[in-house]
Write a protein that binds this ligand. Structure first.
Ligand code: ADP
Length: 634
């Protein structure tokens, strides 16, 4: 071995230590995946070399025969992986194999509960990658040299996977990375050609680069050549270039794990070759679960971009809109130039047409999933529904299509599960109903008993119950579906159209006339607090309700704006009362103006409470109520 210089021992970042610990304790039943992870990294390293060599061919150092070699030594109990990819400099080795750069990692790890720590899929969300070597090895050595650096700038990294690692500068003649795993006792089974071949076939067949193993030698020991013969064990063609019929589900799934760094299978995928004016192949996946950093602004997103099979960049986020940021996959274009950059991508009109075609593909794939595999779609909705709800605001052209993919809780379903599609709703419209009714609120528990629903319950009309934080905002973009207008049942003067019979309407007018006096008294009692007072047709059980003005902000939006420190425009509610309620009848008959005022205020405050709002002057409310209680018991 060559001389080591500049040797030092460095500590792992805390997150790495935690991750190593969790991984070893959660992935023990799935040990063999270490090989998939290391091969995936090697393949990425070769991709990066190919890309950098486009501009600097000298990086290839004359060797463009790119491959991965896996070998083993039964006596020494080692498995070795070698690639001739981009390699790492000393600084890169320290950064990449000693820290985790993803933001939010520390929080994620801190918040894992005891049970979750044993859950391999949770750790898997992370893409444990290189560190999975420590599942089977109690010492890992990495010899690496970055392409373009001199042979004297090789790096030797070694660690037992505990608190620290050693790093030194060494000679390394060939560029690229060699990883030596010193197997733990009990893991010797991996130092075996048959075992390694099977694992590679199972997990890494899709890798587009040859993976070689030493050929089995059957002659006598004395005839054994010093250098083994090598044999390619995988198919070694980029998976997306193969016809769909020749790719198995398992291969699609393994390829997904390679591109996404996810440990679980995807929910669905769509593989397409486009020919004609534009030529490209896309392979898009819907993940089975949300990554921990889905809502982090700078979290990685986007597709892996290839141009004529050559890897160009990871996380090319110009090919899909933000509301589909959870989609993973590959796009391989024949139209873009090999020296395309992110700046060019942002301006290229080719990208715009690809983006709209790929967006449609994803929406079609989701439609299919919803139709053919409703259980899987439920999983999708739980994980990504909130993100998809950003769609109607971002993507005007596909608004109707996105709307069809949304799922809501509804008065026609129990338990507040979001399972009702707008298609379902429309198929259940009552005779004469040409509107889609909805109510927004803070929680299912709060809206399901809202007085706003009383008349709908009485008439058997379904109302969608929207309780996600983003819903009121969403509904400000969603005005129509299938030609039916959306109506917020808490807003404006509820007009049920032909759902109310002519007699109903006549009766309503008569009641309104007969209560004009009461309306005036209430107006002067409630004064500045209300925009209007009127007789309600939406109540059967409650005495009164507050409706929001047609153009005013709803409660959710007001709270969001307030929370973000913005000034919220002043708006006053409309006070509607139920003329048939005994309390209102009592109120109407109350001769004492003071008592009338107290009672009106109590009704107003109660209506605000029922709507989930907070009271402007809670103490006054309590005082008035107590005064009443004292009088009652007197
Ligand atoms: P990930 O692959 O998800 O980024 P890893 O922990 O597997 O995470 O690897 C961390 C980084 O180390 C990689 O992003 C890459 O920069 C570097 N790396 C790992 N393996 C190799 C390799 N064989 N050749 C060059 N760089 C590598």
């Amino acid at each position: 071995m060559s001389v080591e210089t500049q040797k030092e021992t460095l500590g792992f970042q805390t997150e790495v230590k935690q991750l190593l610990h969790l991984m070893i304790h959660s992935l023990y039943s799935n040990k063999e995946i270490f090989l998939r992870e290391l091969i995936s990294n090697a393949s990425d390293a070769v991709d990066k070399l190919r890309f950098e060599a486009l501009a600097k061919p000298e990086l290839l150092e004359g060797g463009s025969d790119l491959k991965i070699r896996v070998s083993f030594d039964k006596d020494a109990k080692t498995v070795t992986l070698e690639d001739n990819g981009i390699g790492m400099s000393r600084e890169e080795t320290i950064a990449h194999l000693g820290t985790i750069a993803k933001s939010g990692t520390a929080d994620f790890l801190k918040n894992l509960s005891g049970d979750q720590k044993k859950d391999s899929s949770l750790i898997g969300q992370f893409g444990v990658g290189f560190y999975s070597a420590f599942i089977v090895a109690d010492k890992v050595e990495v010899f690496t040299r970055r392409a373009g650096l001199s042979a004297g700038e090789g790096v030797h990294w070694a660690s037992k996977g505990e608190g620290d690692f050693e790093i030194a500068t060494v000679e390394k003649a060939e560029r690229g990375t060699r990883i030596v795993l010193h197997l733990k006792s009990g893991e010797e089974e991996f130092a075996d050609g048959w075992r390694l071949r099977n694992v590679i076939k199972k997990y890494s067949d899709h890798i587009g680069l040859p993976i070689e193993l030493p050929k089995e030698f059957h002659g006598e020991e004395k005839d054994k050549p010093a250098e083994p013969e090598w044999e390619v064990v995988n198919r070694a063609s980029a998976l997306w270039t193969r016809p769909r019929t020749e790719v198995t589900d398992e291969q699609y799934q393994e390829f997904y794990k390679h591109v996404s760094h996810d440990f679980d299978n995807p929910l669905s995928w769509s593989h397409n070759k486009v020919e004609g004016k534009l030529e490209y192949t896309s392979l898009l996946y819907v993940p089975g679960r949300a990554p921990f950093d889905l809502y982090q602004r700078e979290a990685p997103r986007g597709l892996k971009l290839y141009v004529q099979r050559v890897f160009i960049m990871d996380q090319a986020d110009e090919f899909l809109p933000l509301y589909l940021r959870f989609i993973k996959g590959v796009v391989d274009s024949n139209d873009l130039s090999l020296n395309v950059s992110r700046e060019i991508l942002q301006k290229d009109p080719v990208i715009d047409s690809m983006k709209s075609a790929l967006t449609k593909r994803v929406l079609d794939m989701l439609e299919k999933l919803a139709k053919n595999e409703p259980e899987q779609y439920k999983t999708f909705w739980k994980n990504f529904g909130q993100v998809l709800k950003e769609g109607p605001a971002e993507d005007f052209a596909n608004k109707e299509k996105i709307a069809g993919l949304l799922r809501f809780a509804s008065t026609a379903e129990g338990e507040g599960e979001q399972v009702v599609s707008l298609g379902d709703y429309v198929s259940r419209l009552k005779d004469g109903q040409d509107k889609i009714y909805f109510l927004t609120g803070e929680s299912y528990a709060q809206v399901k008993n809202s007085p706003h629903l009383e008349v709908f319950r009485k008439k058997g009309i379904e109302v969608l119950l929207l309780t996600d934080r983003i819903d009121e905002w969403l509904m400000s973009y969603l005005t129509e579906f299938d030609g039916k207008t959306f109506i917020d049942v808490a807003r404006g003067d509820l007009d049920l159209g032909s759902l109310d019979s002519e007699e109903d309407k006549k009766a309503q007018e008569e009641v309104a006339k007969s209560k004009e006096g009461l309306v005036e008294r209430l107006k002067s009692a409630l004064g500045e607090q209300v925009a209007e007072v009127r007789v309600s047709h939406r109540l059967t059980d409650s005495p009164a309700i507050l409706a929001i003005g047609e153009q005013d902000l709803g409660l959710q939006m007001r709270q969001i704006l307030e929370a973000s420190g913005q000034k919220v425009p002043d708006s006053k509610p409309i006070f509607e009362f139920n003329p048939n309620h005994p309390l209102i009848e009592k109120l109407d008959a109350e001769p004492d103006e003071d008592r009338f005022g107290d009672l009106s205020h109590i009704l107003f405050d109660q209506a605000a409470l029922a709507a989930g709002d907070s009271l402007k002057d809670p103490a006054a409310y309590v005082q008035r109520l107590n005064k009443l209680l004292v009088e009652l018991s007197a």
